[in-house]
Design a protein around this ligand. Structure first.
Ligand code: B12
Length: 217
């Protein structure tokens, strides 16, 4: 196998095997071998994330593996980032995301954030207990393609509707796609409140977001 292919395959395999030390070495070798940092990320690591996503869907990997793969990707990207030419690592889309008002659960939301970032999205994470006003302000400020909301409580999931309504009132609802998630939610609930999409897990959520931005292009 030529050296370039061999290093890209190693970067990919390090993601699939959560090899944090290995990925840093492989990323340095990629630079030494003259492989552009962008190629190392997109043709090496991102391919690994795709495999991890598939393994998760097929039930071979679980949440812990998703998080570890995301962390491994972050470490690898941190080595390559200084070598990216400015503007080279084009983001595929922008997402503003947060856990809705009254709700402090963020473990699932953070997984969604990690996977979105690893898939090439720029993510603005508003954190937890985010009011409808804060979502509206963030949409005005960052002009995202997508708004993501998370809720884990039956008492707070209804606050998602407030965000949708507030975006409508501000004339912003048609400028973004809205995706919602969290254990108590259903597809039907998402439709009722006027969200554009719902996903029962982070992997499917990221797939929906990817589809939305590819259609836009
Ligand atoms: C951890 C936890 C906590 C932690 C949260 C820590 C943190 N930083 O998040 C703490 C201890 C703070 C907590 C507090 C409370 N909790 Co709590 N908590 C849980 C617990 C055990 C796990 C939740 C979790 O992290 N799951 C793992 C993640 C990975 O899964 P997930 O969140 O569902 O996310 C996945 C998908 O849903 C999806 N997803 C999530 N968000 C999004 C967003 C988008 C856009 C997309 C596409 C996808 C997506 O992707 C994720 C990954 O695939 C659940 C029980 C359970 N088994 O769910 C109870 C649970 C959610 N809690 C519950 C309750 C009642 C509370 C409290 C009210 C308890 C109390 N009396 O104080 C408080 C409320 C605090 C508040 N205001 O939010 C209840 C809710 C009941 C209900 N029907 O409303 C549950 C179900 C426990 C129970 N069986 O009673 N809790």
């Amino acid at each position: 196998m030529p050296r370039r292919e061999e290093i890209l395959a190693r970067l990919r395999d390090c993601i699939v095997n959560f090899d944090i030390d290995g990925i840093k070495d492989a990323a340095r070798e990629a630079i030494e071998a003259g492989i552009p940092a962008y190629d190392a990320i997109m043709e090496g690591m991102a391919k690994g994330m795709e495999i991890v996503g598939r393994k998760y869907e097929e039930g071979e990997y679980f949440l812990a593996e998703l998080i570890m793969a995301g962390e491994t990707m972050k470490e690898g990207v941190s080595v390559l980032e200084p070598y990216l030419r400015s503007g080279e690592f084009l983001r595929i889309g922008k997402v503003v995301i947060g856990t809705v008002e009254g709700d402090l659960h963020d473990i699932g939301k953070n997984i969604v954030v990690t996977l979105l970032s690893a898939s090439g999205f720029e993510v603005i994470d508003l954190g937890v207990d985010v009011s409808a006003d804060k979502f509206v302000e963030a949409v005005k400020q960052y002009k995202p393609d997508i708004v993501g909301m998370s809720a884990l409580l039956t008492t707070t999931m209804i606050n998602m509707k407030k965000v949708v309504e507030a975006l409508k009132e501000a004339g912003l609802k048609d400028k973004v796609k809205i995706i919602v998630g969290g254990a108590p939610l259903t597809e039907e609930f998402a439709r009722e409140i006027g969200a554009d999409g719902y996903a029962p897990d982070a992997v499917l959520g990221v797939e929906i977001c990817k589809k939305w931005v590819s259609v836009k292009r």
